[in-house]
Design a protein around this ligand. Structure first.
Ligand code: IMP
Ligand code: MG
Length: 178
């Protein structure tokens, strides 16, 4: 899998540092609050699993699945595939995502959670790609910011593959021609 990468943008060690930094900020900010952490499947799952182990607070987890990219590398229509099962009314919601690009996915999820009367809704993303924004949004917690490149690994896929790569990288051009 690593052989398919042309370059590594975020190493495993850097991801570990990000997890430490972000989880300690979250632990501080959500002290004495009822925290519900909601991961956006599938991409946000690896980051969320690492993150929750480092958050030293009582918390509840759940998942939502929204599909935005239909196998390719450009943004498509959004479809809700799986809803959360917990009641978030009067709870503090923290959404975990792998990457924010156009911010369309996130905006839909935030609007849905607002209607359910969450006390607060914040976002933690491993990667931020501000150059891709269609809807203006700045997440509260950002792992690291990247340029206008399509990346894979640590949850992020290309045609459903590469989610298990332990770092974040850019694929070689020849992979897209297959
Ligand atoms: P947005 O709605 O455009 O912000 O898209 C967010 C979702 O698109 C992410 O959760 C990813 O699943 C996917 N995505 C955006 N950029 C990339 C990328 O560079 N590689 C893989 N998936 C991406
Ligand atoms: Mg995704």
């Amino acid at each position: 899998m690593l052989n398919d990468l042309k370059k590594i943008l975020v190493t495993e060690a850097e991801i570990k540092q990000i997890v430490k930094r972000v989880s300690s900020a979250i632990t501080k900010d959500y002290k004495d609050k009822e925290l519900v952490i909601i991961g956006i499947l599938k991409g946000g799952a690896p980051f969320m699993m690492d993150l929750i182990k480092e958050i030293n607070l009582p918390l509840i987890i759940d998942f939502i699945r929204v599909e935005s990219y239909h196998g390719g590398t450009t943004s498509g229509e959004l479809i809700f595939r799986k809803d959360i099962e917990v009641d978030i009314a009067n709870k503090h919601v923290l959404i975990v995502d792998d990457i924010i690009d156009s911010s369309r996915t996130l905006k839909m999820v935030i609007e849905l959670f607002k209607k359910r009367h969450a006390s607060s809704i914040e976002v933690v993303t491993l990667l931020d790609k501000p150059s891709g924004r269609v809807i203006d949004y700045t997440p509260k917690y950002i792992g690291t910011t990247i340029g206008n490149e399509f990346v894979v690994g640590y949850g992020l896929d290309y045609q459903e593959k590469y989610r298990n790569v332990p770092c974040i990288g850019v694929l070689k051009e020849e992979i897209y021609k297959r």
